[in-house]
Each structure stands twice: as structure tokens, then as C-alpha cells.
Design a protein around this ligand. Structure first.
Ligand code: NAP
Ligand code: MG
Length: 491
């Protein structure tokens, strides 16, 4: 396959100059230091240790966050057990629902502050935090609040009961949203929670702790312990936890699964992905190009279900690649707080290093790299949107999760070839198909082994819809009735 026009011959005249439109951060209150949220209040860690959380777009320190050790985790689990036995599991379900509705409403009221802090702490564009992360987080609380007193109807002829104290561990790519995905169903089902956010993005979980306190949720029902992998590990190892809900990498998921084997603890694991986004020749090409941009460059590619493999039908491959490169050159990279920004900062120096190592590996393995030439800021962690052509199935950039704005492009000729290439991966979280033909959508959707398949769109989420993976993308589902059932014993 030819790779389209070289960069210097492409038509970039369509690029518009936008005046800066930065969102003011004055509205957002970030404390200099945060303790652990245990028993309804912020407490100093027994460890006595704190770590810095920085803004990855400027490398400036935003706050200091407590590092919980095994004693702190033990304290949080004890408090959660007490709240479960004495209050939450005994409360009338309709009353539980009222608290969850209240949390949802307060998130909506403080949505601007949440969006700003999410953008500052994680590097994502304010537009995404404002339009996707925060409204979806509120929607998860609203949706699950509604189920709290209807569990008998959700699972007729069963006797749903809570599982008990739940340990929850989340990653840095959608910090508030992942906390909502975990906490909302757990509470609706009558469980109490100890949640560990990711080390680089603890702030919105701590702001959520403030919301939970302001909603008057009974003390100890939700506890938030910040820290690194060792804090997560202490939570997994704790013998008074009834269930672990983990979202993160397949490597850590595998470790957790090993250490839980034989303990009788329930678990759900939402892990990595390497989704194929399939473009057929009969697709509306301009919309598909926009869809590809959304599938892989949205949130700097820090998305487990990102369309990181593009499979494009050979007859339109040159056209699609040329249009894609043109569109990539118009993307606005820079200040995440600017409302025009399309591509924000990479979440951490470590993640940028990992992405850069894949860019080098891709080229060393013989693929051809195209990177958009927009200048990136001098400080902070940045990776311009990148695509690779001339890739083979054996290349690392096709097989492994890069978790950055990096697209590997392959071609196909027939529907069967597209399906077989899409399934040629250890992962199975998501996929996309772009075509004019409904029958092709059903055929491809049925035959791709992945938890979610989007048709003529990508990266759409809804709390009513179960989300989760096949193969090494995980075990269990979150969202919808399937997600609820993971927080219940169903006799
Ligand atoms: P990660 O390194 O696996 O970390 C995830 C969480 O686990 C973090 O809070 C981390 O703490 C903690 N952790 C690290 N080592 C641990 C251990 N030994 N025991 C218990 N907890 C431990 O993943 P990440 O780099 O943050 O996130 C990216 C990954 O998440 C990608 O693979 C992505 O595909 C996946 N993801 C999946 C979904 C899904 O729904 N399937 C959604 C979002 C992300 P620290 O932050 O302190 O290291
Ligand atoms: Mg940070």
C-alpha cells in the first residue's frame, strides 16, 4: 500500500487560526495537601508520607497527597466493615438511593470545578473533561441511584444481597469517571467501599470525597486511600475484603488474579485493549476520518478501548490515509485548559517515555511513521498524533497496547479478512465498523470477539450499557444490569 502524499505536499490550508480561549482556573479550589478520606473525614496517613501530584502540561506541583501504607488500608477496611454491618446494609434501599441521587446532583452543581481539576491533574483537554468525563460521572450516579430500591425487579426470582466490603482500584485515564463507575453500583447494591485512585490523578477522587461528605453519606460507607501500587496491593491482599474491582493494565490485572486465586473473594478486572477500527470502501469517508481521529487521538489515546489499529479496505486506503494526515495537521495541541485544544498533555513522564519507546520500536521494525508537525509546548509531556503505515501483524505497534496517540494502519480486501485481522489480538475490549450496509455491521459485529462494537461512530458510553472485555481485556462487566450483578450475591 502506498502511504499517500508525503507530508510537505498535503493541503494544510484548511487550518484555522483560533484565538486562545483558556478556561479560568480561579474557580477550582485545590488544597495544598490532602489526607486520606476515612470514616467521613480527611485524616493524616499513619505512614506520615505524602507525594506530589503535578500538572503534566506544566510540570508544576498542584498539591501533596497522602501515601497510604498497609496500616492505613487496614484502618479504611475496618471502618468500611463497620459502616457495612451497622448502617449501610441495614438501611432501606430507597434511602440509599436518595444519598446516591444527592451525590449525582452535587457533581452536576460543581461540574465546572471538577472539569478544571480533571484537566489540570491529568492533562486532558478541558473540552473532554467538561463534555464527557464529568457529565458521564453524574449520569452513572443517577442511573445507579434509580436501581437501589429496584434490585428485586432487576433480578426477578433471585434474592439479591450485597457482597460486603469492596476494594476498588482505578487508573489515571478517566479518574473521576472510573471512580463513579466503581462507587455508584457498589453503593446502590448496599456495599461499602475502599477506593484507591491512580498515583498521578488523585485529585478528583479527593474532590469526590468532599462531595460525599457534603452529601452526608453515612461515615465510612466510602473511603478513599491514595498511594501507589503498594497501596493497591495492600488492598488486594487484605483478608476482610469481599470483592476487588480493578481497572488498569493487563499485567497488574494478572498479578491481582493470581493473588486472589483460592481466596473466595469475588473480582472484576477491566484491562487493556487493542481495538480494530474497520473502514469499508462503502463508508462515508469524511465521517470515517473524523471517527478515526476520535477513536485514537481522543484523550491523547489514553483510552483502553481506543481504536489503535485501523483496518482500511485496500481500494480506499490511499484516500483515507491522505485525508487522515491532512486532518491530523489541523489538530490543536497544547494548553489543556484552552477550550480550542484537541490534544492535551501525556499523563506522566513515565507514560511519555513508554510511548516514545514504541515510536522508536515501530520505526526499527520497519514501519513508516507520520507525525503531525504542530509545535508542542516547551514544558510538560507531549506526543504529537502519530500514525504508522507499512506495518505487519508481527510488529509490536500492532500487537501491544501503546496507550498513547499512536495509530497502526493495515489494509484488507474482503470482509472475512477484516474480521480475521481484527480478531488477531490477545485483547478483546472494543471495535468499530464503518460501512453503508447494515448487514455488514451485523456480520462484523457478531464475529468480532470484543465487548463493545461501535457502528459508524466510536467511543460512545452510557451507564445503561455493559462495558468489559473478552480474552486478556478482562473479566466481568461494568454498567447496566451486568455491572450491577457484579456487586451482588444472587441466590
Ligand atoms: P496500572 O499500572 O495497571 O494501574 C492501575 C491501578 O492499579 C493504579 O491505581 C495503580 O497504582 C494500581 N496498581 C499498580 N500496581 C498494583 C498492584 N501490584 N496491585 C494493586 N494495584 C496496583 O494501569 P494504568 O497505567 O494506571 O492505566 C492504564 C491501563 O488501564 C491500560 O492498560 C488501560 O487499557 C487500562 N484501562 C482499562 C479500562 C477498562 O475498562 N478495561 C479502562 C481504563 C483503563 P499507581 O497509579 O500508583 O501505579
Ligand atoms: Mg497529576
Amino acid at each position: 500500500m502506498s502511504t499517500g502524499e508525503p507530508a510537505h505536499k498535503l493541503n494544510y490550508d484548511t487550518r484555522w487560526e483560533y484565538s486562545p480561549a483558556p478556561e479560568s482556573a480561579d474557580h477550582a479550589r485545590i488544597d495544598e495537601q490532602y489526607g486520606l478520606f476515612i470514616g467521613g473525614k480527611f485524616v493524616a496517613p499513619k505512614s506520615g508520607e505524602y507525594f506530589n501530584t503535578i500538572n503534566p502540561a506544566t510540570e508544576k506541583v498542584l498539591s501533596r497527597v497522602a501515601a497510604a501504607n498497609a496500616d492505613d488500608v487496614n484502618n479504611a477496611v475496618k471502618v468500611a466493615r463497620g459502616a457495612y454491618e451497622n448502617v449501610w446494609s441495614k438501611m432501606r434501599p430507597a434511602e440509599r438511593g436518595k444519598y446516591i441521587f444527592r451525590i449525582a446532583r452535587i457533581i452536576q452543581e460543581r461540574s465546572r470545578e471538577f472539569a478544571i481539576i480533571e484537566s489540570l491533574d491529568g492533562g486532558k483537554p478541558i473540552r473532554e473533561a467538561r463534555d464527557i468525563d464529568v457529565p458521564l460521572a453524574a449520569a452513572h450516579f443517577f442511573y445507579h441511584a434509580g436501581w437501589a430500591d429496584k434490585l428485586d425487579y432487576a433480578f426477578p426470582c433471585r434474592s439479591p444481597s450485597p457482597v460486603g466490603v469492596v476494594g476498588q482500584i482505578i487508573p489515571w485515564n478517566f479518574p473521576l469517571l472510573m471512580a463513579a463507575w466503581k462507587i455508584a453500583p457498589a453503593l446502590a447494591c448496599g456495599n461499602t467501599v475502599v477506593l484507591k485512585p491512580a498515583e498521578t490523578t488523585s485529585l478528583t477522587a479527593l474532590k469526590l470525597a468532599e462531595v460525599i461528605r457534603d452529601a452526608d453519606l453515612p461515615k465510612g460507607v466510602v473511603n478513599i486511600v491514595t498511594g501507589d501500587g503498594s497501596t493497591g496491593s495492600a488492598l488486594v491482599q487484605h483478608n476482610d475484603i469481599n470483592k476487588i474491582a480493578f481497572t488498569g493494565s493487563t499485567d497488574v490485572g494478572r498479578l491481582i488474579q493470581h493473588s486472589l486465586a483460592g481466596t473466595g473473594k469475588k473480582y472484576t478486572l477491566e484491562l487493556g485493549g487493542k481495538a480494530a477500527n474497520i473502514i469499508f470502501a462503502d463508508a462515508p469517508i469524511d465521517q470515517a476520518v473524523e471517527g478515526i481521529i476520535n477513536a485514537i487521538f481522543f484523550n491523547q489515546g489514553h483510552v483502553c478501548c481506543a481504536g489503535s489499529r485501523l483496518l482500511v479496505q485496500e481500494s480506499v486506503a490511499d484516500q483515507v490515509v491522505t485525508k487522515l494526515k491532512e486532518r491530523m495537521q489541523t489538530l490543536i495541541i497544547g494548553d489543556p485548559l484552552d477550550k480550542n485544544t484537541d490534544i492535551g498533555a501525556i499523563n506522566s513522564a513515565a507514560q511519555l517515555e513508554r510511548i516514545n519507546s514504541y515510536l522508536e520500536l515501530g520505526q526499527n521494525e520497519g514501519a513508516e511513521m507520520f507525525q503531525c508537525t504542530t509545535k508542542t509546548p516547551d514544558f510538560g509531556f507531549w506526543c504529537p498524533p502519530t500514525l504508522f503505515t507499512q506495518v505487519a501483524q508481527s510488529h509490536s505497534i500492532v500487537r501491544e497496547e501503546v496507550f498513547g496517540p499512536v495509530l497502526a494502519i493495515q489494509t484488507f480486501r474482503t470482509v472475512d479478512e477484516a474480521i480475521s485481522k481484527a480478531n488477531n489480538t490477545q485483547y478483546g475490549l472494543s471495535g468499530g465498523v464503518w460501512t453503508d450496509k447494515g448487514s455488514k455491521i451485523f456480520n462484523v459485529g457478531k464475529n468480532i470477539r470484543a465487548g463493545v462494537i461501535w457502528a459508524n461512530t466510536f467511543n460512545k458510553f452510557d451507564p445503561t450499557s455493559p462495558f468489559g472485555g473478552y480474552k486478556e481485556s478482562g473479566v466481568g462487566r461494568e454498567g447496566g444490569l451486568h455491572g450491577l450483578s457484579a456487586y451482588l450475591n444472587l441466590d
